[in-house]
Design a protein around this ligand. Structure first.
Ligand code: BTN
Length: 331
């Protein structure tokens, strides 16, 4: 057995959070495996009967189970569905986006997910906190064979897919904050980071990264500077493997549709999730701050619509703009 296989064996045996004897494993090998579990923040410990346990029960990602469910979703879709990509599951990576950006020869539609990221990244060069087995770190590779024009609202389409997926799984009160944030109960639940890679001039290859907080421990989130939410605050219990498969399926379907038609079919539904719709907001541009009422988005371009005091409606492109509630009264 390789060291990696041994770590996996110990992880699977301890994943239920209960005490287990690991007396059948050679002492040095076990010490190495426990060291790795400790580095993942699982705090393995030994009780008075020499049984080992970890700090909490884990709902681990399971590559075979996710791909089985994804395949079932595919069978239920139309016959025009030719999508190939399957899901790759890791226990730890630097970043799922980085993995898909740097691996050559992966088919379009490949999905990468991991229990932990050591260098998870957010927008604007920020770090994305990625503790072990508590959240969802998900990236999808797509080779677009379409005009770049069609992709300008891609992150909004992805946001709607995430919101649809969570709503389909029974989560209530999911909202989207233009252009890339997913909100639950008025706090940030997750975000989207889209990056492009250039391996092939024939197609535009994009990596769509999604991070969602599921059951993050407050002690692992001390450095997060804004109010955040966990999916486990909602009344429904979300099974992580089902979430990955459902999200993967919805995204693959949406991106195929986006290539065949355009994004307005999706963007028309932005309003149902719009966190700031008809609310007073301020836009933080590079040099100035603009106040007004949020009037949703332009469903062709995905631009944000802002009505200023003089009654004019202004359009804002997805770019380096931050949107904030004007007063801290919000919703
Ligand atoms: C944001 O700043 O709101 C976007 C966060 C995106 C985080 C996800 S987690 C999976 C993927 N891999 C990364 O390194 N980042 C994205």
């Amino acid at each position: 057995m390789t060291q990696e296989q041994l770590i996996e064996t110990v992880l699977l045996r301890l994943a239920d959070g209960l005490p287990h004897s690991l007396a059948d494993i050679n002492t040095d090998d076990l010490a190495c495996a426990l060291q790795q579990l400790d580095a993942w923040g699982l705090q393995p410990s030994q009780d008075e009967y020499s049984r080992y346990s970890i700090v909490r029960r884990l709902n681990l990602l399971d590559q075979a189970a996710i791909n089985r469910t994804l395949f079932q979703h595919k069978l239920q879709r139309t016959q025009q569905d030719t999508q190939q990509g399957s899901v790759l599951v890791f226990r730890s990576l630097d970043s799922t986006n980085e993995f898909l950006l740097t691996q050559k020869d992966l088919p379009s539609g490949t999905i990468c997910t991991t229990e932990m990221q050591t260098a998870g990244r957010g927008r604007r060069g920020r770090q994305w906190h990625s503790p072990f087995a508590q959240n969802l770190y998900f990236s999808l590779l797509w080779h677009f064979q379409t005009q770049p024009e069609k992709l300008k609202a891609l992150s909004l389409v992805v946001g709607i897919c995430v919101a649809d997926t969570l709503t389909e799984l029974g989560v209530e009160n999911i909202r989207l904050k233009w252009p890339n944030d997913i909100y639950l109960n008025g706090r940030k639940l997750g975000g989207i980071l889209i990056e492009s890679r250039i391996f092939n001039q024939q197609s535009q290859q994009m990596v769509i990264g999604i991070g969602l907080n599921l059951a993050m421990q407050p002690s692992d989130a001390e450095q997060i500077s804004q109010p955040w939410a966990n999916l486990n605050e909602s009344a429904v219990k979300i099974e992580r493997n089902q979430l990955v498969a459902t999200l993967a399926s919805r995204l693959q379907q949406a991106l195929q549709q986006l290539e065949q038609c355009n994004s307005s079919h999706y963007l028309q539904r932005w309003q149902q999730y719009d966190y700031f719709y008809q609310q007073p907001i301020k836009l933080l541009l590079e040099q100035e701050e603009i106040h007004g009422i949020c009037c949703g988005i332009d469903t062709d371009s995905g631009e944000l619509l802002l009505k200023t005091e003089d009654g004019r409606i202004h359009h804002f492109n997805i770019g380096e703009i931050s949107v904030r509630a004007l007063h801290n009264q919000k919703i």
